[in-house]
Design a protein around this ligand. Structure first.
Ligand code: NAD
Length: 284
């Protein structure tokens, strides 16, 4: 039976550390670490992420500044708000909560976020630096997955990592982070042929497709580490991309849903925000 990679436990340990660092920051600089969160419109999943982020900020002692804008807000107005936040010294990090309402160009808005405050790695400039291996904030979800993998004491070199899903926010940056660790990486998408066969070659299998229980035990090599990023609802129940019970019979490590990657994502946001605050001070 697979060992459970408990994201709740690891994220709590990391948040305790971030809370201590944020406390020291406040003592040293006389003000708190600050995170500005921008939500445009009322998308229910965005509202739920924002609520969770606000709760975690409170837990670790980060001041959260929520800018909840109506769905009819123009792109120019959002960019103007971001420019103001870029110049605001009380704001260490900026989180642009996705999705944005239709008609708003995410690329143009993300380009407005100062790379020094881009704590979810949305600006293409940040992504470019990450790609080249220069200092940059990596998006929080793949960063959280990397922390979970490091917790298993995985040696990455010589390992084959297969990522199912190639989005800008999960699959692609995940591939870059794993390449930086010298893993051999394959990235699959909806058009990939022979998906089970490719997945069965993986020492590390990461699913971020958003397809309920896509990954069955036929997709998994015995002894693999399986990370489930997916968040799906099946018969009103929250499930991942991985058929947990049967994959647990073959994998060595497995993340549960909920309680795996999700808590790590929000914790990495707290960590990146602290890192942005300290870098902001030390670069002066
Ligand atoms: P997305 O829709 O932007 O991208 C999905 C990717 O998966 C695409 O590249 C697509 O081609 C691929 N894909 C879809 N179906 C596939 C299939 N049957 N076979 C192979 N590839 C397939 O999604 P996203 O924003 O990257 O999110 C993916 C999932 O991860 C969603 O369930 C989302 O809710 C979840 N998510 C979780 C967290 C977290 O913190 N746990 C954070 C972000 C996203």
């Amino acid at each position: 039976m697979a060992k459970i990679l408990n994201g709740m436990e690891l994220s709590k340990q990391m948040r305790d550390m971030v809370a201590e660092l944020c406390c020291q920051f406040e003592l040293k600089y006389g003000h708190t670490v600050g995170l500005a969160i921008i939500q445009v419109g009322d998308n229910p999943s965005a509202t739920s992420y924002v609520k969770n982020n606000l709760r975690m900020c409170k837990e670790v002692g980060i001041s959260a500044y929520l800018h909840k804008l109506p769905a009819k807000t123009t792109q120019e107005e959002i960019i103007k708000l971001i420019e103001g936040l870029n110049a605001d010294e009380t704001v260490s990090g900026i989180l642009l909560q996705l999705p944005l309402p239709e008609g708003i160009d995410v690329h143009k808005v993300a380009c407005a976020i100062a790379p020094t405050k881009d704590v979810d790695g949305l600006n293409p400039y940040t992504a470019g630096n990450l790609y080249f291996g220069y200092p940059a904030f990596a998006p929080c979800t793949p960063s959280g997955v990397l922390e979970l993998l490091k917790y298993t004491k995985t040696e990455f070199f010589g390992k084959h990592a297969v990522i199912v899903g190639a989005s800008n926010i999960v699959g692609k940056p995940m591939s870059v982070l794993l390449m930086r660790e010298q893993a051999t990486v394959t990235v699959c998408n909806i058009y990939t042929k022979n998906l089970p066969e490719i997945c069965r070659q993986a020492d590390i299998l990461i699913s971020a497709a958003g397809k309920a229980e896509l990954i069955t035990k036929e997709y998994v090599k015995p002894g693999a580490t399986v990370i489930d990023v997916g968040i799906n609802f099946k018969n009103k129940k929250l499930v991942g991309d991985v058929k947990f019970d049967e994959v647990s019979e073959v994998a060595e490590w497995i993340t549960p849903v909920p309680g795996g990657v999700g808590p790590m994502t929000v914790t990495m946001l707290m960590f990146n925000t602290y890192a942005a605050a300290i870098e902001g001070k030390e670069s002066k």
